[in-house]
Design a binder for this molecule. Structure first.
Ligand SMILES: [Zn+2]
Length: 203
């Protein structure tokens, strides 16, 4: 994923709309967000709104999730917590295997977009390990217990349930490492020029 590809994705929303969303978000002190999806063309999910917007970001269905945009409203323009991706944003974006994450905020009185490329300052190995561990667990679970029901789980042969348990523990451990690395990356970004962003656009 290159910077140009991020620009192309943002064009799908359009500069005017991005500016409007950022200003609206700041006024209402509410988060807005969406994800970018792709098969042949880049599309977006519906814009979501609200405090828990990040976790409720709609998924791409049968298209490939490529990136996301969400706003960081701030009552206090000097509050540095809002100027880059949060710990949760970093972890969420890596867990979803996004190729980029953008935030929109009002900075120095200007609606601004900041985009970040993988893995947001998290060590590549930690990011890839967590993706692989999650994938391995999900694949096996889909194979052995596609509906993820308690009944099927209880009727699995011991060897299979041990196998699933081991994969779950690996996934869990990798997730913990990713959480810790995301926390560190968050503080690191804040101390970098341009808050570590790979692309900054004032709108
Ligand atoms: Zn955020």
């Amino acid at each position: 994923m290159t910077i140009q590809k991020i620009r192309n994705a943002l064009k799908v929303i359009g500069t005017d709309k991005l500016r409007d969303i950022i200003i609206k978000s700041e006024k209402e002190n509410l988060e807005y967000g969406l994800r970018f999806c792709k098969n042949e063309h880049i599309t977006t999910t519906e814009m979501c709104k609200g405090k828990s917007c990040k976790v409720d970001l709609e998924e791409c269905g049968n298209k490939k999730l490529i990136g996301s945009f969400h706003t960081h409203p701030s009552g206090d323009p000097d509050d540095i917590y809002y100027v880059n991706l949060s710990e949760g944003d970093i972890e969420d974006s890596i867990s979803n295997n996004e190729s980029f994450a953008c935030i929109g905020l009002v900075q120095k009185q200007k609606p601004t977009i900041k985009c970040y490329l993988p893995y947001y300052g998290v060590d590549n190995n930690i990011a890839i390990d967590s993706l692989e561990a999650k994938d391995n667990f999900n694949k096996k679970m889909t194979e052995y217990n596609p509906g993820r029901t308690q009944e099927v789980m209880e009727s699995l042969p011991l060897s299979k349930s041990i196998e699933l348990h081991k994969l779950f523990m690996k996934h869990h451990t990798a997730k913990k490492r990713l959480e810790e690395a995301s926390d560190k990356a968050f503080y690191k970004l804040r101390n970098e020029p341009n808050d570590g962003a790979d692309l900054i656009m004032e709108l």
